[in-house]
Design a protein around this ligand. Structure first.
Ligand code: PLP
Ligand code: COI
Length: 371
């Protein structure tokens, strides 16, 4: 019996690094970093760690970025057993590279994996995978204001097997993509389409997991949003169609005249790390924060009475973006008032200040990646 085939879950992963011989030249890289957009360009390398039922996590590698070979019967292609994460690497003024609350992403990925019957990647492996990628692709972290390197860890069922059961072979990857603003207009207030035809997730479903299926479910509604000149779609709860859930790729927050922040509490939305951070910063400033069920009527009536004065979307990709209006098929949209001093923008400045090392990190949210 060979002992070295035992699961490696309690051992340090030793990454094998293979350099990309066709890496972008410094000039090519500089050209991309000048105007990165979102999700269009990728760095020279990626992380790949295998998992098998028998061998646990093994064969950690940093290798040239490139296509993944899949058997046509790979379970992910048929049953969508997949989870992912999204976080950013920020360059500080002294050149150092940091990320924001990565332990929270690691923990969320473990919860998502559990829901999708995938293996849980230990937090230290998750953190190490990011540092390993930055060790070879650190030059891809841009330095202009408000730019970053978006990190996309993901994991899926690779086993070739058409029976419906959790896969016994899974791979975890990390790719990275230089990022500017998520929305075309930068941080100008966005219009949001209220979906009354489609829902994203229901009670007991996968809504709390960051899994591709939830995004697939959002696409047709997102198409409707684009058709109505809206940047994102707002979903309501699947049961009653009254309660706010979240946007296709962001959480939503309302601000009352008295400074209270309200965000939906639901077991079918993603537990956003940005919204959690923003609410923490608001509490620190003495704002009241309510995480509770909130209806679209409460929002509409609150704006009509002057009680609700701001609304904003927040997430890693979008950071914090004010909402200008909600458009709805029945014509009962919501137009947010013009506000000169938006709380959303001031919280955005504080949050990004922390992320870029300009504001004191009093909650210990930053994690250095390049040391
Ligand atoms: N909700 C959805 C559906 C998302 O895709 C995201 C983005 O990741 C969020 C909320 C916000 O989560 P976070 O702030 O952790 O990025
Ligand atoms: C993120 O913010 O990380 C997301 O996954 C949202 C997606 C719309 C890019």
């Amino acid at each position: 019996m060979s002992l070295n085939l035992l699961p490696m879950a309690n051992q340090d992963l030793q990454f094998q690094v293979t350099r990309n011989e066709n890496a972008a030249s410094p000039e090519e890289r500089a050209q991309v970093l000048e105007n990165p957009g979102f999700g269009q360009h990728f760095t020279d390398h990626m992380v790949d760690i295998c998992w098998s039922e028998r061998g646990g996590w093994h064969r950690p590698r940093v290798q040239p970025y490139g296509p993944i070979q899949l058997d046509p019967a790979a379970a992910v292609l048929h049953y969508a057993q997949e989870v992912f994460e999204g976080l950013k690497a920020y360059r500080h003024a002294d050149g150092s590279i940091w990320t924001f609350r990565p332990e929270a992403n690691a923990a969320r990925m473990q919860r998502s994996a559990k829901r999708l019957a995938l293996p849980e990647l230990p937090t230290e492996y998750f953190l190490d995978s990011l540092a390993q990628l930055i060790a070879v692709d650190g030059d891809w972290v841009p330095s202009q204001a408000e730019t970053s390197l978006y990190l996309r860890p993901f994991m899926f069922a690779k086993e070739a097997f058409l029976g419906v059961r959790p896969a016994k072979k899974v791979n975890y990857y990390v790719i990275a993509s230089p990022a500017g603003a998520y929305f075309h207009g930068g941080v100008t207030p966005v219009s949001i389409w209220l979906s009354t035809t489609y829902t994203r997730a229901g009670h007991g479903g996968m809504g709390q997991a960051k899994t591709g299926g939830n995004y697939a479910a959002s696409l047709v509604a997102q198409q409707e949003a684009y058709a109505h000149n809206c940047a994102q779609v707002l979903f309501l709860d699947a049961q009653e169609g009254r309660y706010l859930e979240e946007l296709g790729g962001m959480n939503v927050v309302l601000v009352k005249k008295d400074g209270t922040l309200i965000t939906p509490d639901s077991d079918s939305i993603l537990e956003g790390i940005t919204v959690d951070s923003v609410l923490t910063l608001a509490r620190d400033r003495g704002h009241r924060v309510e995480q509770r069920p909130v209806t679209i009527d409460e929002w509409r009536d609150g704006v009509a009475s002057g009680d609700i004065v701001e609304a904003f979307a927040c997430g890693t990709a979008a950071v914090i973006t004010p909402i200008a209006e909600i458009k709805a098929a029945d014509g009962r949209g919501i137009v947010m008032p013009e506000v000169s001093d938006r709380l959303a923008m001031s919280l955005r400045a504080e949050l990004t200040g922390i992320q870029y090392g300009r504001v004191e990190d009093r909650h210990g949210w930053l994690h250095r990646l390049d040391a």
